[in-house]
Design a protein. Structure first.
Lengths: 164, 779
């Protein structure tokens, strides 16, 4: 078993760990840090359930090794709002009845967050195109698209979602 | 404190109340089965057959057992020696099956059949060990097609059964022969429905946890049927039912797949039981695609007896369903074909209907329930109506309207159920009006003149949700309880997995009790506290059945509250009202006690109550569905086909439906849109493909294509606001969207391709098939 020492900043907190080199980033987040909000949906980079932001860019954490995220800054769903105080984007999704079973949800939220930071006023086509890397089996997507539009209308600029 | 000004001002039923579940799922605080972590937990992985049909000659597990971190390897021999086979629960008479063991013993019967289970310190090590297990197979000829399965000379999948034909059933209603004898024409067509899969974003999984000290066994999982899974585990392992418990957390979708107890559930529980340590299994997507469950592989040869004015006198047909190798528990293929035959007459006034149904086994994954399991009848019937209309040169809307049974309460389906309270004709007329149908037809003619390929299709469905008076699925139970702090707990036998029952059932209870929604908590999915149900969430039962049960259990508790509050306020209970958690005399809101004070009296100082008043604030109620009725509607689809690429683009997708009174319109619409999206996927993208030797061909999401936000159009929905005629008039909407969307879409595609003489007889229409139907490429 090959291991390596890594330092990964997750939601603003630095974690030092000795991790197996073959461990995926999503397994590292879930099993070593207990951040189970990021879900494993397909393990081959299609469904997007495991989407997190690495240095601000959305990535499939099932396709990335934890050691590849060494010295990077990772944002996960747990870095946004809490049940007591949803972030504005989360609130917009709730107001739109965006999701049903919730398994794909964290991946969509992170993808949408990256989109709105880069493009605070996307068109519906831009939203659909960006979200097409995430699969939802419950909703037919309309409510998710609506949630992103609602967030954009509410003026979520690049600084609106403060990561702790 | 100021009492509420308006009684009933806080009612939420009928409004798109925000979901309670969203607070945790949007923040990553949901708890799905893979989030369960127990002390000392081990991890399981399965060795699966790469062959469709093969004798297992030998299994060498020595290298796997020698690997550091491996706790155990169990093969079919261990399972056969130490567990009992389980049998389906709902089996029509004469349906053949063998008791089902968790692992393949002598033979593997499909690609993905579990052959051994490895338990190790981590999933990584468990998978390493799987690679070290050497299984020697002797390949056998496989059954991959209906023809092979129906051939009496073919290889037998189960040697103890005399053939691969498992069940045959003849259903006949009305005067079929007479109707065919007087028909002006008989229209024949064969409709084939390809194999697809439910494909929830969360696969299957579970954590078995046996406590050798107490003998208690707990299975943490995500099942639609907690009590049924519990019973199967107890039976298979030979442990007492009362010491067995299943616990759901959040469930990442199911769509019928997770109504079954799966063989892997039993293998994982057996490993945990034998090892005395928690064992977790989380299926990966490849396992899910090949081994979890698949649905909908049916073929229907159908003929319709019609008159030249478009009256459909009768239909008769032959149906064959490919059940795969192992039957699902609890529901086998014979139950599905029974539903198909019973539902197929639909809302139409036929004089005769007959169906000869056959269930066969093949070397494929288990056929399992999928959102409207009887859907082939809706698709074939609604396709046939369009084929009839084209044959007779009539408009498909006119043919439907001509054939709808009268909706004055007098009509019944030939197969027995009353058609009372359906809105099929109304929904069709309304959707054509919304679409401006005559104008669209004119525009279509103009578009065709320009060389564009544009099609219009629509279709009408009935969804038994729960259907008229039907106790076949069991009554639905719930328990309501006012807690010591005055909040209301509801314990339901539903096992929600996206339907928002924590919200909708709380809405029902909140309105009935007169308590704020935030003070209602819905508990589900734990057999230690959830009332019994044969199956939990499925069959579109919740809206009527669970709501009715919660309404009545809450009402009974309310009576107990009023009796105690009446003593406290010295007012007769009949003169009391409850609003926002306060009990007060009607018209005098300033004199009041809170539910917390009532609870305090009942729980902490019952000595202050007269002996004849029970100090209980809990009640269980069961609900049988009342008179029950239909959900129904018509879907309308306008498409344009690109004849260079074969791609289908949706110009408009419209739904007009009637599900009675809505508890939460946003949740209703989410169910409908999700179903339509699955229907679009089913027709255009998804196929659980096998080759002619039953090799599985769709093992990744690059082969099994799911529609994304780029492929699913905006789906417009209008609800018909028919007046409810009884108190519990909420109808389920879980299945209707997927039931009918394939018919509306394929009708539109056939309409678009009609200038090329195309008839859509197969439901799967990927671009190559579209171009073939347009005679641009050959098959």
């Amino acid at each position: 078993m090959t291991t390596r020492d890594v330092t990964i900043r997750v939601n603003g907190v630095e974690h030092h760990s000795t991790t197996e080199t073959r461990r995926t980033l999503v397994d590292f987040l879930r099993d070593e840090l207990g951040l189970t909000g990021t879900h494993v949906g397909c393990e081959h980079g299609i469904c997007g359930a495991c989407t997190v932001l690495v240095d601000g860019e959305p990535v499939r954490s099932c396709l990335m090794l934890a050691v590849q995220a060494a010295d990077a800054s990772v944002e996960t769903i747990e870095g946004l709002g809490t049940p007591e105080e949803l972030s504005p984007l989360q609130q917009s999704f709730r107001d739109s009845h965006g999701f049903q079973c919730g398994f794909c949800t964290p991946g969509f939220v992170m993808t949408a967050l990256a989109l709105l930071r880069e493009n605070p006023d996307p068109t519906e086509d831009e939203i659909r195109h960006t979200l097409s890397g995430n699969i939802c089996r419950c909703t037919g997507y309309q409510s998710i698209v609506d949630g992103v539009q609602r967030a954009a209308r509410a003026g979520l600029g690049s600084n609106a979602e403060v990561v702790r | 404190m100021t009492a509420p000004a308006t009684v009933g001002s806080t009612r939420t039923v009928g409004s798109s109340t925000l979901r309670i579940e969203d607070l945790r799922i949007l923040t990553g605080r949901g708890r799905y089965v893979d989030d369960v972590k127990l002390p000392g937990m081990l991890h399981a992985a399965f060795v699966r057959s790469p062959l469709a049909h093969a004798r297992i000659v030998s299994i060498d597990v020595s290298a796997a057992l020698a690997l550091d971190g491996v706790a155990a390897v169990y093969t079919g021999a261990d399972i056969a020696a130490k567990t009992s086979g389980v049998v389906p629960l709902v089996v029509p008479e004469g349906h053949k099956f063998e008791p089902i063991l968790a692992l393949a013993v002598d033979k593997a019967r499909f690609v993905g059949d579990p052959v051994a289970i490895v338990v190790a310190d981590s999933r990584y090590v468990a998978e390493d060990a799987c690679d070290l297990i050497d299984v020697e197979y002797e390949p056998l000829d496989a059954i991959a097609t209906f023809e092979q399965a129906l051939d009496p000379g073919g290889p037998k999948i189960f040697e103890s059964l005399d053939s691969n034909v498992l069940f045959e059933m003849d259903s006949s209603y009305g005067d079929v022969d007479g109707a065919f004898a007087r028909a002006d024409a008989v229209v024949r067509q064969t409709f084939s429905q390809h194999r697809v899969a439910q494909m929830p974003m969360e696969g299957r999984g579970g954590v078995g946890d046996f406590n050798p000290e107490t003998g208690d066994f707990v299975y943490h999982t995500g099942t639609q049927s907690p009590h049924t899974v519990k019973a199967y585990i107890a039976e298979a392992l030979g442990i007492p039912l009362q010491q067995t418990r299943t616990i759901n957390g959040d469930i990442g979708g199911a769509f019928g797949l997770k109504i079954a107890c799966h063989r892997e559930d039993i293998a994982v529980c057996a490993a945990a039981y034998w090892l005395g340590r928690p064992v977790k299994w989380i299926e990966d997507r490849n396992e899910h695609l090949q081994s979890s469950g698949q649905a909908r592989e049916e073929r229907m040869e159908l003929e319709a007896a019609v008159t030249s004015d478009g009256t459909i006198l009768a239909m008769r047909g032959e149906l064959v369903l490919d059940q795969g190798a192992y039957p699902a528990v609890p529901f086998v293929g014979g139950g599905i074909v029974g539903m198909v035959a019973a539902m197929m007459p639909g809302p139409y006034a036929l004089a005769g209907f007959a169906m000869k149904s056959t269930v066969v086994a093949s070397n494929k994954c288990t056929y399992s329930a999928y959102r409207g399991p009887w859907a082939v009848e809706t698709w074939a019937r609604e396709r046939m109506i369009d084929v009839v209309a084209r044959h007779l040169g009539l408009d498909p809307g006119d043919v439907r309207l001509r054939n709808f049974a009268p909706n004055d309460g007098s009509a019944s389906m030939l197969s027995g159920r009353t058609l009372l309270d359906n809105s099929c004709a109304q929904s069709l007329e309304r959707v054509l009006e919304l679409a401006d149908y005559p104008r669209l037809r004119r525009e279509q003619a103009a578009a065709r003149a320009e060389g564009r390929c544009v099609g219009i299709g629509f279709a009408t469905f009935l969804e038994a949700a729960p259907g008229p008076v039907n106790r076949a699925g069991g009554d639905e139970r719930s328990v309501a309880r006012i807690e010591p702090d005055g909040t209301l707990s509801i314990f339901t036998s539903q096992a929600p997995h996206g339907q928002g029952h924590e919200t909708t059932l709380a809405q029902i209870a909140s309105d009935e009790m007169g308590i704020a929604l935030r003070d209602v908590h819905v508990y589900h999915g734990d057999t230690a506290v959830s009332p019994y149900a044969m199956f939990g969430t499925g069959g579109s039962r919740a809206a009527t059945m669970a709501s009715g049960s919660v309404l009545h259990s809450t009402r009974q508790v309310k009576e107990k509250v009023l009796a105690i509050a009446g003593e406290m306020l010295e007012v007769g209970p009949q003169d009391l009202r409850i609003d926002e958690g306060f009990v007060y005399p009607a018209g005098v809101p300033s004199i009041r006690v809170s539910l917390a004070e009532v609870a305090d009296r009942a729980y902490q100082s019952p000595e202050d109550l007269p002996r004849e008043i029970e100090a209980s604030l809990e009640a269980e109620a069961s609900y049988d569905g009342g008179i029950g009725s239909w959900s129904d509607g018509t879907h309308f689809c306008h498409v344009e086909i690109d004849l260079e690429t074969g791609q289908v683009r949706f110009l408009r997708y419209l739904v007009v439906e009637d599900c009675g009174r809505m508890i939460n319109p946003a949740i209703v619409e989410g169910q409908i849109r999700g179903g339509v999206a699955q229907g679009i996927g089913e027709v255009l993208y998804e196929w659980s493909a096998y080759d002619e030797e039953a090799n599985y061909l769709a093992g990744t999401f690059m082969d099994y294509l799911l529609p994304t936000a780029s492929e699913i159009p905006t789906i417009e929905i209008e609800h018909l606001a028919n007046e409810p005629n009884e108190e519990v008039f909420y109808r389920g909407v879980g299945e209707g969207g997927l039931l009918i969307a394939p018919a509306a879409i394929t009708n539109a595609i056939e309409d678009a391709l009609s200038p090329f003489g195309a008839t859509v007889t197969e439901q799967y229409l990927p671009p190559a098939k579209i171009l073939e139907l347009a005679k641009i490429i050959s098959s």
